[in-house]
Design a protein around this ligand. Structure first.
Ligand code: FES
Ligand SMILES: [Fe+2]
Length: 384
């Protein structure tokens, strides 16, 4: 099926729900015990089993367009350095010097021909190879080949740079993404332009992710922001192994009743959200704007840091285009920081209060159900 046909089919499914007041549903409601959100030991096991052993999309390829571009960040407690090589290949390393472990690059993005340690000035190239050591003749002989930066498995797919946080763990990103890779590729993430990036503190990773996976709350919580555009409680769901594509309906779906199907501008009336397990959400809210959210677990079960990247289809060249992009950026900031994560903070309080022994997920929240099932399956030891 061509992409256009597929968008038409998704629009057809969304429109049918719109007309009938229905949504895709799970076979039943689901309950999970709140220990899944609270238990610190369980949380640590989840970080080890999920976040340290699965490929994580740590950067967009367009964040590092040129050779020598890098991004340094701490993910969980792992210092990561991603660098684009002269051969165009993105590589990841532990951001720690092989002499005595000092951090090579401060967190953030930049460009470097050589990465020089601030402590004693050992220098590495963009392939992580140890190039030179300050006063090497006084230091004594060492085997340079054995003292390159410690590599982390890394692969770029569909405009995203995937990294394994555990050294020596191989990464089979194609097996992990499966059919989701061509699906993600339709977003053409390597053709967008970054408009703004920011980091938002938020509630625990499950509380935060739950909110990215349903439209049930869109009218009630987001009535003044993203809910103005989307139809609340309307979801068309497709799954790709652990990954999910959510299709929301836009309020313009109502216009279709006056149009022959052949005349539909199919992409105009729906909004796709791609959720790459465990922590990436790519949300094309308006046709020429896109929001990429990476949700990173914090030091405790009730904290996360979300990296929001606002993408624009074209660099805004006029004041009008800039204003439109700023409006979008401000709206998604407000929706997430002031609505989702404010409620999320109250959920953390609710969890602590003992009000609930379990949390309930409705039949109208199938993507959230799938998400928790995938977590449970992985924790039970099934790698897929
Ligand atoms: S710790 Fe980096 S050169 Fe000494
Ligand atoms: Fe939300």
């Amino acid at each position: 099926m061509s992409r256009e046909d597929e968008m038409r089919e998704l629009t057809r499914r969304a429109y049918a729900h719109y007309c009938a007041g229905t949504t895709d549903q799970a076979p039943s409601t689901m309950a999970i015990e709140i220990d899944a959100y609270l238990d610190p030991a369980r949380y640590q096991r989840e970080l080890d089993r999920i976040f340290r052993r699965l490929p994580l999309a740590l950067a967009l390829g367009i964040e590092l367009p040129n050779a020598g571009d890098y991004r340094a960040m701490k993910v969980l407690d792992v210092p990561v350095l991603i660098v684009r090589g002269k051969d165009g290949v993105a590589r990841a390393f532990l951001n720690a010097c092989r002499h005595r472990g000092a951090r090579l690059c401060a967190p953030g993005s930049g460009h470097a021909r050589v990465f020089t340690c601030p402590y004693h000035a050992w220098a590495y190239n963009e392939r992580g190879e140890l190039l030179s050591r300050y006063a090497a003749e006084t230091f004594g002989d060492v085997d340079h080949a054995a003292l390159g930066l410690t590599p982390l498995a890394c692969a770029e797919r569909a405009g995203l740079i995937y990294v394994m946080l555990t050294p020596d763990l191989a990464l089979d990103v194609d097996a992990w993404l499966g059919e989701f890779a061509p699906e993600l590729a339709t977003l053409k993430l390597d053709e967008w332009t970054i408009f703004e990036q920011r980091e938002l503190p938020g509630p625990g990773w499950k509380v935060a992710l739950d909110g990215y996976l349903e439209a049930y709350h869109h009218n009630s919580l987001h009535g003044k922001t993203v809910g103005k555009m989307t139809v609340g409680n309307l979801l068309v769901l497709d799954t790709f192994g652990p990954h999910q594509r959510l299709t929301f309906g836009r309020k313009t779906l109502g216009e279709l009743q006056h149009q022959a199907e052949a005349d539909w501008d199919a992409g105009k009336h729906i909004r796709l959200i791609h959720n790459c397990f465990p922590n990436l959400s790519v949300s094309g809210i308006l046709g020429d704007h896109c929001l990429v959210s990476q949700i990173f677990p914090g030091p405790t079960p009730d904290t996360t840091l979300t990296r929001q990247t606002v993408l624009v289809a074209q660099p805004p060249l006029t004041d009008e285009a800039r204003a439109a992009s700023q409006l979008f950026s401000d709206m998604v900031l407000q929706a997430v920081r002031d609505e989702d994560y404010v409620v999320g903070a109250t959920i953390q309080e609710g969890l602590q209060s003992g009000a609930n022994r379990e949390f309930l997920f409705g039949r109208n929240e199938p993507a959230v159900q799938n998400y928790h099932r995938t977590v449970a399956r992985l924790m039970a030891g099934d790698a897929r």
